[in-house]
Design a protein around this ligand. Structure first.
Ligand SMILES: *[C@@H]1O[C@H](CO)[C@@H](O)[C@H](O)[C@H]1NC(C)=O
Ligand SMILES: *[C@@H]1O[C@H](CO)[C@@H](O)[C@H](O)[C@H]1NC(C)=O
Ligand SMILES: *[C@@H]1O[C@H](CO)[C@@H](O)[C@H](O)[C@H]1NC(C)=O
Ligand SMILES: *[C@@H]1O[C@H](CO)[C@@H](O)[C@H](O)[C@H]1NC(C)=O
Ligand SMILES: *[C@@H]1O[C@H](CO)[C@@H](O)[C@H](O)[C@H]1NC(C)=O
Ligand SMILES: *[C@@H]1O[C@H](CO)[C@@H](O)[C@H](O)[C@H]1NC(C)=O
Length: 476
């Protein structure tokens, strides 16, 4: 049960923040209390604001009506679970593109079926999601586009603008062999060149045409204006005047179009789009969604852009070849931990040079999947999480230490909350979706954080640790 506002306020005075029960720790978001950037810090009216975040990209779809594949009871259960762990920020999609006919490897149904043509039921899902978050004291990063195929994104805009077929890279196909006995329950495999899959370079070259395609940019700006000027059908708030929305994010992981030198078309695109977003809201923040894996120069060039409010960083040790989920050795883990410490130190230093905060808004590690190697599926939830827990302790610990020491880090946001979903009990809905924490182009169960996972306690301990510190240092 959630505690009433009045009893929370009283308990807060009497006991201090740490003594409060579960979800009641968080006041509802005051829709006028915007998060502001102050030097290397984020602040609200009460003082310093640290982000205990989680990725929860499917929020609008889970919150949509059952006819659109939504599941409100699951959504509310999971929001309560996250609130009980002290989560105060969710990074969610505020975009997804595709035709009403099935599109491979992506969220369905899409928010936008064709340029300017919306699925109002999914849009209402976004309204519900934001309203329920707001009640639980959670603010949002609203991601407006995507480099990758799992929400449509850049490639879908280019397909609409040019009529050329999307050259999909290898993506998880739930209906490929091996299949389980009950239809619609998986497992599947990555598509291969035999299925028509293209290289990642072919895909990103195609997707990155968005930086220079005028028609695609016009449609993308139309989407930005549509979502930012929407009035929430649940609570009547205008999106661009609601402090529940902390940040508008240009895209998930936009990549450099070339070598990332000064001529790269990524930079003027960020300048134009961030300026456009700024013209539509005075009070909310703007971030790019950059991974920051391309090193110091790209990091600084992107985050120095005037209308970008703060920096972002994503860290993927397995995807970048630093960690192997089948390697049970202590050395494998130690290498990943050392890399994470160096990555946090580097990005903090670069952000300090730029003079803006940095938010670690994606990272993850697989379960101890060497235990699953000879089983029916490599991502079974029954595997232990010894490496993942140690890694989460290291990386979240590094960010918290940097924050307390006055570094540029302002919070963490692991990838991604799978809540009560499990691969063992998954069943595709009529739109082909299982809504794991992993998006539809990746193997379900790879990076999920389940409600019962120890990693969620590490997230919660971070929040308590920081709350205690903020109580002493001017914040809550
Ligand atoms: C919705 O979520 C609940 C758990 O809250 C689950 O029991 C139920 O099966 C889900 N319904 C559908 C249609 O997936
Ligand atoms: C793409 O196809 C549509 C519908 O057939 C057409 O209206 C449009 O002009 C075509 N665009 C290009 C760039 O060929
Ligand atoms: C997924 O796999 C099935 C079974 O092999 C195949 O028929 C289908 O074309 C694949 N889908 C895509 C988009 O590759
Ligand atoms: C930032 O955005 C505003 C509003 O669109 C615009 O007037 C301004 O020129 C932009 N600043 C820069 C440096 O591009
Ligand atoms: C950190 O920066 C140093 C110096 O630029 C570089 O050598 C190192 O590879 C970087 N490490 C990470 C993990 O980013
Ligand atoms: C998890 O670790 C425990 C303790 O080492 C072990 O007994 C158990 O078999 C492991 N689970 C799996 C699925 O291997």
């Amino acid at each position: 049960m959630r505690t009433s506002i009045a009893s929370v306020s009283l308990a807060f005075l009497l006991l201090g923040v740490d003594a409060l029960p579960g979800a009641g720790k968080h006041h509802a978001v005051d829709p006028k209390d915007f998060i502001k950037v102050d030097g290397l810090r984020l602040k609200d009216s009460k003082g310093l604001h640290y982000l205990t975040g989680l990725n929860y990209w499917a929020c609008m779809n889970l919150a949509a009506s059952p006819s659109q594949g939504g599941n409100l009871s699951r959504l509310l259960t999971e929001l309560d679970q996250m609130a009980a762990k002290g989560v105060n920020h969710l990074r969610i999609m505020a975009s997804s593109e595709g035709a009403p006919t099935p599109q491979p490897f992506r969220m369905a149904p899409a928010l936008m079926d064709a340029p300017g043509k919306y699925n109002e039921e999914v849009f209402k899902g976004l309204d519900v999601c934001l309203d329920e978050m707001s009640k639980r004291g959670m603010r949002a990063t609203m991601t407006l586009n995507d480099e990758w195929q799992w929400s449509g994104g850049f490639a879908q805009y280019i397909n609409w603008a040019t009529n050329r077929t999307i050259p999909y890279p290898p993506s998880w196909n739930m209906t490929k062999a091996p299949q389980r006995a009950i239809p619609g329950t998986g497992w599947g495999d990555y598509s291969s060149t035999a299925d028509g899959a293209h290289t990642y370079d072919e895909f990103t070259n195609f997707a990155n045409e968005i930086y220079t395609n005028e028609q695609a940019e016009a449609w993308y700006k139309d989407h930005i204006r549509t979502v930012m000027s929407r009035t929430n059908t649940v609570n009547g708030r205008k999106y661009n005047e609601d402090a529940t929305i902390m940040t508008w994010q240009l895209a998930n992981e936009p990549q450099v179009a070339g070598a990332g030198d000064e001529s790269d078309t990524l930079y003027p695109w960020i300048e134009r789009i961030s300026g456009y977003i700024r013209s539509l809201t005075a009070s909310q923040l703007i971030s790019v969604g950059l991974e920051s894996k391309q090193g110091e120069d790209v990091f600084k060039r992107v985050h120095s852009i005037a209308n970008v409010s703060y920096s972002t960083a994503h860290l993927w040790v397995q995807n970048w070849g630093i960690y192997d989920m089948y390697d049970s050795s202590a050395e494998g883990l130690a290498t990943a931990q050392a890399y994470a410490r160096a990555f946090v130190a580097n990005t903090s230093a670069w952000a300090r040079d730029v003079g803006k905060p940095v938010f670690l808004e994606e990272f993850g590690m697989a379960r101890d999947n060497w235990e699953n190697k000879d089983k029916e599926y490599p991502y079974l939830s029954s595997a232990n999480t010894t490496h993942k827990d140690a890694y989460f302790g290291t990386i979240i610990g590094a960010v918290v230490a940097d924050f307390k020491a006055g570094g540029a880090y302002v919070g963490t946001c692991p990838w991604a909350y799978g809540g009560i979903w499990r691969p063992e009990t998954q069943h595709m809905n009529e739109f082909g979706m299982v809504w794991a924490g992993d998006p539809p182009h990746e193997s379900p169960g790879w990076y999920d954080l389940y409600d019962t996972d120890k990693a969620m306690d590490i997230v919660a301990d971070q929040q308590k640790n920081v709350a205690k510190w903020l109580n002493k240092h001017g914040g809550y």
